[in-house]
Ligand binder design. Structure first.
Ligand code: ZN
Ligand code: ZN
Length: 160
């Protein structure tokens, strides 16, 4: 269920900036800003698919344009994990979020550990470097995929 208040904030932001408040834009915002499904990092393609699954209609160009507007509003953060496409997630108070990306299933998880921030700050400070921002993405295989691989019968493994 989408956080109504966040979608309302987007509606207000559109009005303030004299941008059209369309059903399409609100439907896209609802999908991206949806709460409860932890660690969602959707691509524009996934958003378009979900929109049509919910009976909405919008071309890819509209989805991209709306995502740009959502990012400009500060309610959505764009992520680039060097996969050749962008992912979008709701903006949170904490900006330093570490990510784990499963290269098998594409699932993105996240965590926050203050020690990482301290390590980065120390490493930069010792080199007289003023840190603006940093990001950490751990690429690998998630527990589910590892489990799936382990459960595969040997014969099947040999053939694949
Ligand atoms: Zn996985
Ligand atoms: Zn994230």
């Amino acid at each position: 269920v989408a956080d109504e208040s966040v979608v309302e904030r987007f509606r207000a932001w559109l009005r303030e900036h004299d941008l059209p408040v369309t059903a399409q834009r609100l439907a896209i915002a609802e999908i991206v800003l949806e709460q409860g499904t932890a660690d969602r990092h959707l691509s524009a393609e996934e958003i378009a698919l979900e929109l049509s699954a919910r009976g909405g209609k919008a071309g890819t160009a509209t989805v991209y344009r709306t995502l740009d507007v959502l990012v400009a509003s500060g309610l959505v953060v764009e992520r680039d994990f060097a996969e050749g496409f962008r992912r979008f997630e709701p903006a949170r108070e904490r900006t330093e979020q570490e990510h784990l990306l499963c290269t098998t299933c594409g699932q993105v998880g996240e965590f926050h550990d203050e020690r990482v921030g301290r390590l980065v700050a120390d490493a930069a400070a010792s080199r007289e470097f003023a840190t603006e921002r940093y990001r950490l993405v751990i690429y690998g295989t998630c527990a589910q995929c590892r489990q799936g691989a382990a459960q595969k019968p040997r014969a099947e493994m040999a053939h694949s």
